[in-house]
Design a protein around this ligand. Structure first.
Ligand code: DUC
Ligand code: ZN
Ligand code: ZN
Ligand code: ZN
Length: 503
């Protein structure tokens, strides 16, 4: 038994409304939300009381996109499932969704089990896994079904970039999206045109551009926008919902927004890096500083990008937020000292995402506290079928809760962050919005800078396919969209006989 916890007097914020209320937690679950749940006075034995007067009580953040200890580009990201999830808790995030990524030709299920064997003994917060589809065969198709039905995976990511390593082509996306629809899973894409990137990179190197700026110069925004539209087109032909991970540019965000206006079921996920900083850093005279900002798709050099992405996140055009946390130390980034194509791609964000969004979104006046909860937690829980177990403070929900001080500030720095990586892309940024206490399934795991959590305290959270929810609607749409075969009138002089068709 994990004991009882009473969070008293705070403003409980869900995505749809806020109320001043107490929250009573028992055995890891919320059992009551209401005014004056217990009379003031001595706490009954075994009940811990946290005073949240004047503070916000939020559903813990869900980071939809991380790569902990990811073996990638000749390195392995330094924030592993222990340090990465610990840092998440310090930032008010109580769940991450990471990616199991098989090599081309290898088993999806084996990749999934490998990632679980890395994560299970180390995680400090709850987690789930998306699985990548990096190649196509009957076996892949079958494994997707098994993962959805037996392993708790309801989202599959296709890379349209990283040629030779992970990239899939349109016909493979068509097949994978079709299977997603069949098994009730969400299709996700890393949307960048991998062929254009490869050609662009060759061109830059031939011109003698070998520094981090080359990374961005060979991938103009159109490379992301084209792939985004292509993925949306394929998904709409298949009639399958689509989730675009790390929307990094204004052009790609507009493509997503336009598609939504046309009624397509597509979700866009900006990430903390793209909302909090930009690609002007690629031009820093300090090579390491520049290289630490290299990720794929790149941070954009247009400095109006973060504000634009935040506007769309606030108004509903973009839906969720992740971090794409995939951190490499300076010595690892240095692998690309003479050739930007060898700089391991990835930035931090798992710890700072919540504060960066509070500062740039809420404190700046673009969104309210309810929208903040929607984009940092609830929408992710809904899309990935974790709701209302996660993403809400209500009776029966997991007690993943953050006591949040909206007015306090903190200064982000690699010197004080809890991540393993030795650099922080938000260095020096002052954010309003500070997590004071983080509660994971009813346990106070982080409070006033002090941890009370151990490796393995987090749990794998399986996610069911979307049998009833959105998919019935989609199947209905299929029926109304599929054309009934019509026999056209024969051309004049046509010699062969058309087979008559029954209707
Ligand atoms: N982009 C990154 O920056 N890192 C990991 C994988 C990716 O797509
Ligand atoms: Zn990606
Ligand atoms: Zn800089
Ligand atoms: Zn990623």
């Amino acid at each position: 038994p994990q004991g009882r916890l009473l969070i008293r007097g705070g403003r409980v914020v869900n995505d749809d409304f806020s109320q001043v209320a107490d929250v009573l937690v028992e055995d890891g679950v919320v059992v009551a939300v209401g005014r004056d749940l217990l009379p003031l006075g001595d706490a009954p034995r075994g009940l811990r009381i946290l005073d949240a007067t004047g503070k916000l009580v939020l559903p813990g953040g869900i980071d939809t996109h991380t790569h902990m200890q990811f073996p990638f580009m000749g390195s392995q990201s330094v924030d592993d499932f222990y340090q990465g999830t610990k840092a998440a808790l310090a930032g008010g995030t109580t769940m991450i969704i990471d990616f199991a990524i098989p090599k081309k030709g290898s088993s999806l299920i084996e990749a999934f089990e490998t990632w679980r064997s890395w994560a299970d003994p180390k995680v400090c917060c709850d987690y789930s896994l998306h699985v990548a589809v990096t190649w196509w065969s009957d076996k892949v198709k079958e494994e997707m079904k098994t993962l959805a039905q037996d392993k708790g995976v309801n989202s599959f990511k296709m890379f349209m970039a990283y040629k030779d390593l992970y990239m899939v082509h349109d016909e493979q996306m068509y097949s994978a999206f079709s299977q997603c629809k069949e098994i009730g899973a969400v299709a996700q894409v890393h949307a960048e045109n991998g062929d254009l990137i490869a050609e662009g990179a060759k061109k830059m190197l031939a011109l003698g551009i070998t520094g981090p700026e080359g990374h961005e110069l060979c991938r103009p925004e159109a490379v992301e926008a084209e792939a985004t539209l292509r993925a949306i087109t394929i998904a709409s032909v298949v009639n399958c919902p689509l989730y675009v991970v790390h929307v990094m540019s204004k052009s790609a965000a507009k493509v997503v927004a336009d598609a939504r206006r046309e009624g397509k079921v597509v979700y866009g996920e900006p990430i903390a890096a793209g909302l909090g900083t930009d690609g002007t850093h690629h031009w820093s005279k300090d090579w390491h500083h520049a290289a630490h900002h290299v990720m794929g798709p790149p941070l954009r050099p247009d400095p109006s990008t973060p504000g634009f992405l935040m506007n769309l996140l606030a108004n509903g055009d973009l839906t969720t937020t992740g971090s794409d946390n995939c951190t490499f130390n300076t010595c690892q980034k240095a692998l690309g000292k003479d050739d930007f194509t060898k700089i391991p791609n990835g930035v931090n964000g798992v710890e700072d995402r919540m504060s960066v969004i509070w500062e740039k979104g809420v404190y700046s006046g673009k969104m309210d506290e309810n929208r903040f909860v929607a984009v940092t937690s609830t929408n992710a829980a809904k899309i990935f079928n974790l709701y209302p177990r996660k993403g809400r403070i209500a009776i029966g929900s997991d007690a993943d809760i953050v006591i949040w001080d909206p007015e306090a500030t903190r200064r982000i720095s690699a010197k004080t962050h809890h991540q393993a990586v030795n650099f922080n892309i938000f260095e020096g940024m002052v954010c309003h919005g500070v997590p004071l206490v983080t509660i994971s399934r009813g346990r106070v795991v982080y409070e006033a800078g002090v941890y009370n959590v151990a490796a393995g305290d987090g749990k794998f959270i399986p996610r069911k396919p979307f049998a009833e929810y959105i998919y019935n609607r989609i199947k209905q749409r299929d029926q109304t969209c599929t054309p009934t075969p019509v026999q056209r009138a024969p051309y004049k002089g046509e010699v062969f006989k058309l087979k008559s068709r029954e209707t």
